[in-house]
Design a protein around this ligand. Sequence first.
Ligand code: NAP
Length: 418
Amino acid sequence: MNAPLPVEVLKQHLIDPEICIRCNTCEETCPVDAITHDSNNYVVDPEICNGCMACVPPCPTGSIDNWRLVVRAEAYSVQDQLGWEELPQDKPLPVDAAAAGEGGQPMPAPQAESGLAQAVAVTAAAPGAAVPPWSAAHPYVNLYTHKTPITATVVGNYRVTGVDTESDIHHIVLDFGEQPFPVLEGQSIGILPPGVDAQGRPHHARQYSLASPRDGERAGYNNLSLTVKRVTQDHGGAAAHGVCSNYLCDLAKNDTVQVIGPFGHTFLMPNHPQANLIMICTGTGSAPMRAMTERSRRLIGTADIGKLMLFFGARTERELPYFGPLMKLPRDFIDINLALSREPGQPKRYVQDLIRERAAHVRGLLADRNTCIYVCGLKGMEVGVLDALRDVVVQSGEDWSILHDALRREGRLHFETY
Ligand code: NAP
């Protein structure tokens, strides 16, 4: 008669603030808007999260994949989590609650245990794949963290856009000397800018994609490159000073930089012979495409390289990073399609317009299971690119949803957009 009421246990979803690089991917991915952030942390609202796991595979660091068994009534609130500098220790559950968690009472979310296989099954609505191409090399991730960053030395920093244009984009080369820093094309790193934010806390890391291939910006050297645009305006066009981009663009040779990472385990290039790449990018989203293109170029003569097709969007030719070196690449090595949106005297064109114009070639590549597609750059291009790919497929009388599912399942369609 007087038995205690069963206590409801929650497997609470938490984000590790020490590993999170605040890239916003989880908040954008969450289908129920359970993830929010302030200037300090990204956090999960226990009242909303249903444990669907959609946010787990896209997280480049794995900081999203943290869970604590708590009594539901004592779950960590959004306000608690926003103040954290690190995750709390596991708290022992009361005996009756622990029993409930073992099966006495239904334990709500998550729907699936942590792990990629289950996560893939429940993220069918995501536009891109949650797995890498089958032949991608093994990536190393999180070798260096906020608490244990690695020091790199600047060995190059130069502008790769016309000096008379608004787009001040820099190619920055960082050297790691004798320290191990293994990377793959498509991965990214975090830079810890010096100084503190308005609240007096150290700045969070900012994420940048590698622009160089796995064997170094200079082949055989332990270095890598980044493509960084100096931020002088916010998204609304108001004047703003990008903390990390200005820091990086102003670095001089021999300056040192604190680096964390590497990050990314899915946006990776295939390694098998005859693998084709369709690369679609805007602006500094060209970084991983440069890395993959250069990797392929260095393999010429030693491996059976597939076809490379590039769709690259920028305002004008002079604002397109790496325009000069790109145009020197042989046309039988890479099929280059430039979409210029503000070139005087020319109609405005976006990458998706060119995908439609080149429908026959794109369709031919899509029909080949050796083809992988990479999309990187502005968030806004995601929908336009998917629509264009769908149109190309539908025009040939095929079912886009079947192909789209296959591309995601087989790790052949990848997005990295911000
Ligand atoms: P941007 O100069 O603002 O834009 C590049 C081009 O994309 C312009 O021609 C622009 O046209 C066009 N564009 C605008 N909206 C579009 C849409 N909905 N669909 C297709 N094209 C569209 O580019 P950015 O400032 O370099 O930005 C690149 C993005 O890449 C940033 O969001 C950055 O965070 C991201 N990114 C950077 C890195 C890195 O390592 N640095 C890595 C991954 C991603 P109009 O403006 O003329 O309309």
